[in-house]
Design a protein around this ligand. Structure first.
Ligand code: NAD
Length: 496
């Protein structure tokens, strides 16, 4: 049976929304309705609507990228309903989620997007736009103001292309109408995601609309948050099993794990729903978010990146298969325990050893079918955030405590990424690098041959400090050399 409002009452064995979905306000506009948003924020909001009837807080999705047309085409005919399939070894559970009640595809409809954000009923504009959507230079910590998309939006001829172009246009209208600024809430995997959002948006707005920028600086809110729920890409087989097991024909369901977490800083400029009622850890201080964020990015996300490129080169398809391999398991576990854990501050009531175990257990969920290719995506946004800071901190530790500061396994991850950027696997087959910087990365990978120097020279990713550190460069050179000579598995035997 097709998923849509009128068929909802006919589904059996699956929870469906029972709340009012028509004619309700959309207090949240969300940019980047991908898998993760639909398994995370939209699920928390679904609970608010179902259990607490906070009906002014439904979500209007927005897609800025041309490829988002496929999400519009999937959701619109099913009244924006979709199914979340929770997979665990013990079995699957499904719920139809109804919190998204509209969707605007921005290309060709820019005015509708700006008007929606500027509408007084919109209180929060949230986003999951991937690391590349922030135009954040890791080296200077500034906006990449000379990026062609940003230059085009600053010129303001034609409709905006970037998130900042849209936010600035909508906030400008609110400022001139005497309204409050909506809260700008990043749900992307970045350390200090709220700070980065604030800083990039204000940099953009100062160049485009300085009066509004001053108002926003004083009155805006940009909560930091730690977000967590592993959400693989939806496969055709997921749609088929949903139809078979639950009788639902859904064009684009979401598959995810039972675990979910959101630690959110309580900083809102125009009100918020009572997120704490539905399991969100709403915290008063930035410090609390930062501790959780650091632990998650440096252990969970770093482990994903550490296994991704080596596993791809070694021919693995799924994350659970990688974790089931004793060598990979040992490598990830030892990297977390020996090279990352000593760098993390203790968090009250959190056992870091248990957290490391839970990371491996979650990765090992065989029913999730999370693809290695997904965790390889966008390395330029991930390695500098999840891996390089631990390496940099280990180097400083060494100078302070002479002799300590292990970083071999972390460095092998960088070597694995650099080897992967050659875009030829160990059997000589070519593949495509999916990364916003793919052209530059591949050119540098080829220019550098089997050594790291050309890639390490990309300042926006690596800055200047590490390139000059002889121990790190030496480790990286020998790890790359081993990967070229012996392949990923043989190399791992020595590093695990
Ligand atoms: P996805 O590919 O399903 O969706 C990505 C979304 O980002 C799309 O809607 C796309 O339009 C939008 N987008 C990409 N580049 C953009 C840009 N430059 N400007 C505006 N929008 C842009 O991916 P996903 O799994 O939903 O992941 C999205 C983000 O969510 C990740 O980058 C990460 O920060 C965060 N996240 C994902 C997971 C996960 O397990 N998938 C877990 C935690 C956090």
């Amino acid at each position: 049976l097709r998923l849509c409002s009128k068929n909802l009452s006919q589904f059996r064995g699956v929870e469906v929304p029972t709340y009012q979905r028509h004619g309700v306000k959309q207090g949240i506009v969300h940019i980047g309705v991908g898998g993760f948003h639909r398994a995370h924020l939209a699920v928390y909001v679904d609970r608010l609507l179902e259990q607490f009837r906070q009906q002014d807080w439904s979500i209007c999705g927005v897609g800025l990228q041309p490829f988002d047309a496929s999400m519009r085409d999937a959701l619109a005919p099913q009244d924006y309903l979709y199914t979340v399939i929770e997979r665990a070894a013990a079995g699957s559970k499904a719920r139809v989620v109804g919190s998204i009640t509209d969707y605007i595809f921005a290309p060709g409809n820019s005015e509708a997007v700006i008007a929606k954000m500027a509408n007084p009923d919109t209180h929060i504009v949230s986003m999951t736009i991937t690391e590349s959507g922030y135009y954040y230079n890791e080296n200077t910590h500034e906006l990449e103001a000379d990026h062609p998309d940003i230059v085009s939006d600053l010129n303001g001829q034609g409709p905006p292309k970037t998130t900042f172009g849209y936010l600035t246009a909508a906030l400008g209208r609110r400022y001139r109408a005497g309204l409050r600024p909506f809260t700008v809430m990043s749900c992307d995997n970045m350390q200090k995601n709220g700070h980065i959002t604030r800083s990039m948006l204000l940099s953009f707005a100062r160049l485009r609309d300085p009066d509004m920028a001053s108002w926003l600086e004083k009155n805006g809110a940009f909560p930091n948050s730690m977000v967590d729920r592993i959400t693989p890409r939806t496969l055709d087989s997921d749609k088929a099993s949903l139809a078979e097991d639950f009788g639902i024909e859904d064009s684009w369901p979401v598959v995810t794990e039972p675990f979910m977490q959101w630690v959110l800083e309580d900083q809102f400029s125009d009100g918020r729903p009572s997120f704490e009622e539905v399991g969100v850890q709403v915290v008063k201080s930035l410090h609390e978010v930062e501790e959780f964020e650091l632990m998650k990015l440096r252990l969970l996300n770093a482990s994903h990146s550490a296994m991704a490129y080596l596993a791809y080169l070694a021919g693995f398809n799924y994350v659970h298969e990688v974790v089931a391999d004793p060598l990979f398991n040992k490598y990830i576990s030892n990297m977390m325990h020996e090279e990352v854990k000593p760098l993390l501050p203790a968090i009250p009531n959190v056992d870091v050893d248990q957290y490391c175990d839970s990371v491996l257990a979650r990765f090992g969920n065989p029913t999730l079918k999370d693809e290695v290719t997904r965790i390889c995506l966008g390395g330029s946004g991930k390695i500098p955030q999840f891996i390089m800071p631990s390496i940099a901190e280990q180097i400083v530790r060494e100078t302070e405590q002479s002799g300590s500061g292990p970083l071999r396994r972390l460095t092998l991850c960088v070597a694995g990424w650099f080897r992967y950027l050659k875009s030829v696997d160990e059997s000589g087959r070519g593949f495509k690098i999916d990364d916003p910087m793919s052209e530059e990365l591949q050119n540098k990978a080829n220019e550098g041959g089997k050594g790291p120097n050309a890639l390490l020279g990309i300042r926006s990713l690596f800055g200047d400090d590490l390139r000059g550190d002889s121990r790190f460069v030496g480790e990286l050179t020998s790890a790359m050399d081993a990967l070229y000579r012996e392949g990923a598995l043989r190399t791992l035997e020595r590093y695990a």
